[in-house]
Design a protein around this ligand. Sequence first.
Ligand SMILES: C[S@@+](CC[C@H](N)C(=O)[O-])C[C@H]1O[C@@H](n2cnc3c(N)ncnc32)[C@H](O)[C@@H]1O
Length: 245
Amino acid sequence: MKEDDQHCFLRSNIRINTDPCKAGCARLARAGYAGRWAGLEHGVEQRIVEGYTEAAAELIPRYEAVSSSNLYSEVAHLLPELGGRVIDIGAGTGRDAGWLAAKGCCVLAVEPVAAFRRAGASLHQSPRIEWLDDVLPKLPRVLNRGETFDLVLLSAVWQHLDGQQRQLAMPNLRALTAPGGRLFLSVRHGLGAPTRPCFPATAEDAIELAHGNGFRLVLRRSAASIQARNREAGVTWTWLAFHST
Ligand SMILES: C[S@@+](CC[C@H](N)C(=O)[O-])C[C@H]1O[C@@H](n2cnc3c(N)ncnc32)[C@H](O)[C@@H]1O
């Protein structure tokens, strides 16, 4: 097992690089990403995006090896019908966007890592998928569009937001959910890679926050990790599904 997967950045007082991330930005600028940082605030989101960018070549096949139908087996009956509008936030390589598009949904795949967007656009070509570069918690580009969705999906993303960011994100997720629409959120329990900081999260806290922001819990299920590497590291998940009220 790689060292990356044995440790975690589960410290609430994580050190955030407030000095405009000189080393990271310089590295990315050399790699040709400089222009893509316009929407990102300097801080932990930027470090996470940098961590994913550096690991993208290894992560793309790992994400693509996951079966979306297995991943969503517990919540499949709550998916939107044909023609439903979905926003997949932190869409990664677009594996789930492709699966949902094949089911007839129109998907806005929101992903801050350029390498994932490029891979996704090439691997999951569909007129029903649109890619957008944006980042939680504020999602400025998404919110500017003024759209709402039948399903707001955050698969394996919530752990990358700290407590304050979660407070900021939840009203935005509610604003994106159409009347009668749903929010799916997976909550990670366990270790993560130190290069992609994650923060402790509980299902109870997520439920309380969602309930305070116009959502009602309709499903809660525990799930094992689908990725073998995460299973070996003892990572488990809680899937939460909410209705907008
Ligand atoms: C563990 S991956 C999950 C990817 C995909 N949802 C899946 O299930 O395969 C986490 C994803 O969240 C994205 N991400 C991390 N922090 C984010 C943030 N603040 N806003 C939006 N996306 C973020 C990462 O770039 C990455 O694609």
